[in-house]
Design a protein around this ligand. Structure first.
Ligand code: NDP
Length: 291
């Protein structure tokens, strides 16, 4: 029950109404017996929003597009890893000081390492946006040999150079020569479900393929990877872990990851089952009166 003791958390982003973070956090808070609630805030003025977190004593926020980098100058401190990545997806209100963290990289790495020992592995990372950057950092930390490719090659070339990785121009020719392929682009994300960032023929059965897109959960890339006999990891694995780690940062308590995944699966199924309401033609009203 929400009362005068309830601790407030939330997600700040724009747009944010599609966010699954309230599903992750409210479900976990309830099961953990915490008197806490989590809301989605569609933010228009970031600086004012950050002041509001402090002013209202909000316990912490998740940070999403387009604020993960932009929020840094408004914070009081930065966790070392978030500073190296240059992006924050978690803010914790630590006795009035707002400290930035990044759980995207650790969420992604946790999902990968559950299935593969990354030591010495060759990884092809697709994308050069915020998520790709965080994952690239994590892969580097694990000592992987990483190749980065992106639709806009100048961005992946810059990321590769910054992190001392190799650059692989797209589109790929022939089979992917890697143990692990990670899609950290938006290719395949609803409503563009028909897209895949790589042709099916590029995948071979020895590979592990992770797609961080979670709408839909089974992207075209993952379906084709399964057909080729690859081991696959869907976007929910990273999503659940990055959220669980946020709760640990805020509360010092570890939520049940399996239950978070169940909540997410239910929410994603409901979302995909929602009928699209056809919109009729908008009739112009007769402004001169009469009908
Ligand atoms: P950004 O906007 O920062 O980056 C988007 C990236 O996707 C860029 O590299 C962009 O290439 C590429 N891209 C976009 N559309 C296409 C396309 N049609 N074909 C090929 N490449 C494309 O977004 P994020 O890095 O934050 O997020 C990327 C994806 O990861 C999103 O789908 C997001 O939902 C998902 N995500 C999942 C998380 C999880 O926990 N599972 C966590 C965070 C993100 P270019 O540079 O050429 O524009």
């Amino acid at each position: 029950m929400i009362d005068a003791e309830t601790r407030l958390y939330g997600v700040i982003g724009n747009p944010v109404r599609h966010s699954l973070s309230p599903v992750i956090h409210n479900g976990a808070f309830q099961r953990m017996g915490l008197n806490a609630a989590y809301l989605a805030f569609e933010v228009k003025n970031l600086e004012e929003a950050v002041k509001g977190i402090k002013g209202l004593g909000i316990g912490g926020v998740s940070v999403t597009i387009p604020f993960k980098t932009r929020i840094i100058p408004f914070l009081d401190g930065l966790d070392e890893v978030a500073g190296k990545i240059g992006a924050v997806n978690t803010v914790c209100n630590e006795s009035g000081r707002l400290i930035g963290y990044n759980t995207d990289w650790s969420g992604a790495l946790g999902a990968l390492e559950e299935k593969v020992d990354l030591t010495g592995k060759k990884v092809l990372l697709l994308g050069a946006g915020g998520a790709a950057r965080a994952i690239a950092f994590g892969l580097k930390e694990r000592g992987c040999r990483v190749f980065v490719g992106n639709r806009s090659p100048e961005k992946s070339a810059a990321l590769a150079e910054e992190l001392g990785m190799a650059h692989r121009p797209l589109p790929l020719a022939g089979r992917v020569d890697a143990d692990v392929l990670v899609n950290a682009t938006s290719a395949g994300m609803s409503p563009n479900d028909g897209e895949s960032p790589v042709p099916k023929e590029a995948l071979s059965r020895e590979m592990t393929v992770m797609d961080i897109v979670y709408k839909p959960l089974k992207t075209r890339l993952l379906s084709e990877a399964e057909e080729q006999g690859c081991r696959t990891i869907d976007g929910m694995e990273m999503l659940a872990r990055q959220g669980a780690q946020q709760i640990e940062i805020w509360t010092g308590m570890r939520p049940d990851l399996g239950q978070i995944k169940e909540d997410l699966r239910r929410a994603l199924n409901q979302h995909s089952a929602k009928p699209r309401v056809p919109r009729g033609r908008v009739l112009e009203m007769n402004r001169r009166g009469g009908s």
